[in-house]
Design a protein around this ligand. Structure first.
Ligand SMILES: [Zn+2]
Length: 285
């Protein structure tokens, strides 16, 4: 499926008379899902404060309590919360399997040398890392046992696909009179730069509940999505972009985006309420 064509067609319908003929056979609902994903994942860029969060480590709620507590000067409470998270354990978990804990965001592009260890999933419709395959099968089987079924809307995406999307969108904007620099500034407000999408690791999955193909906040309202959010850590997955952590992750809440990190890491992150960015702040690397 030509995702870039769909995304751009939907975004700039006037420009795409030619592409319309090519893509007319594509399901509108699937196009909407893909478009929603491409652009939603980068939407947090407008509120992106990861750099500041790192610089101001004390402001990160997980280490030091809420901002209100900080401002109230309750340092004893702050210290006790810090002690509850074992940096030694975090480092041990990281050393066990740093490859599947790789951090990818706007500040940390994925190395081109990273081996995603891809294999086909969903009957060959998608590719994902073989690192997650067994646990994904177990998670879906156990979910099905209690009545929940899902549709994986997106898994691995190559950086070539991301580059094609950006280039075509830039061409369209330049055709409207923007310079290339202006076009790229506009695009990067809502689209991850090449190398910065976690989907390039093969470890990220966009999982929709059966019966709701909308990749939006309505996913959260389903019992299937709640089951995933409550149980995914037992299969090595985490909800990567939680609602209350967008200032840390730089990405708005995505109840459908799950990231494989392995069971021990996933339980550690869940137990301590940590994002992957916050986990990395515990490491000595
Ligand atoms: Zn995603």
């Amino acid at each position: 499926m030509d995702t870039k064509g769909i995304a751009i067609m939907k975004k700039r319908s006037g420009f795409e008379a030619r592409k319309l003929a090519v893509t007319v056979a594509v399901s509108v609902s699937l196009a909407a899902i893909i478009q929603a994903h491409w652009f939603s994942e980068g939407a947090g860029g407008r509120i992106y404060r990861w750099r500041q969060a790192v610089a101001d480590r004390e402001s990160m709620a997980v280490f030091s309590g809420t901002r209100e507590e900080k401002e109230a000067g309750s340092s004893a409470q702050v210290q006790s919360r810090k002690a509850a998270v074992s940096e030694d354990e975090a480092n041990e978990i990281y050393r066990e399997n740093s490859e599947q804990l790789v951090l990818v965001n706007r500040e940390n592009p994925l190395s081109p040398a990273y081996d995603a260890m891809l294999q086909q999933i969903c009957g060959g419709r998608l590719e994902a890392s073989s690192r997650l395959y067994g646990d994904l099968q177990a998670m879906f089987a156990d979910a099905a046992d209690v009545g929940h079924t899902f549709w994986i809307a997106s898994a691995y995406r190559s950086r070539e696909k991301q580059q094609e999307l950006i280039d075509e969108e830039a061409d369209a904007l330049m055709a409207e009179g923007m310079s290339r620099e202006e076009a790229l500034d506009e695009i990067y407000r809502e689209t991850m730069p090449v190398g910065c999408s976690e989907h390039e690791t093969g470890l990220a999955l966009d999982i929709l509940v059966s019966g709701n193909m909308e990749m939006d906040q309505s996913q959260e309202e389903s019992v299937g999505n709640r089951w995933l959010r409550e149980n995914c850590q037992d299969y090595g997955f985490v909800l990567r972009y939680p609602e209350d952590k967008s200032s840390v992750t730089g990405v708005d809440y995505e109840p459908w985006h799950f990231r494989y990190v392995g069971k021990r890491a996933a339980r550690f992150l869940k137990n301590h309420g940590l994002t992957l960015e916050e986990f990395y702040q515990l490491l000595e690397v």
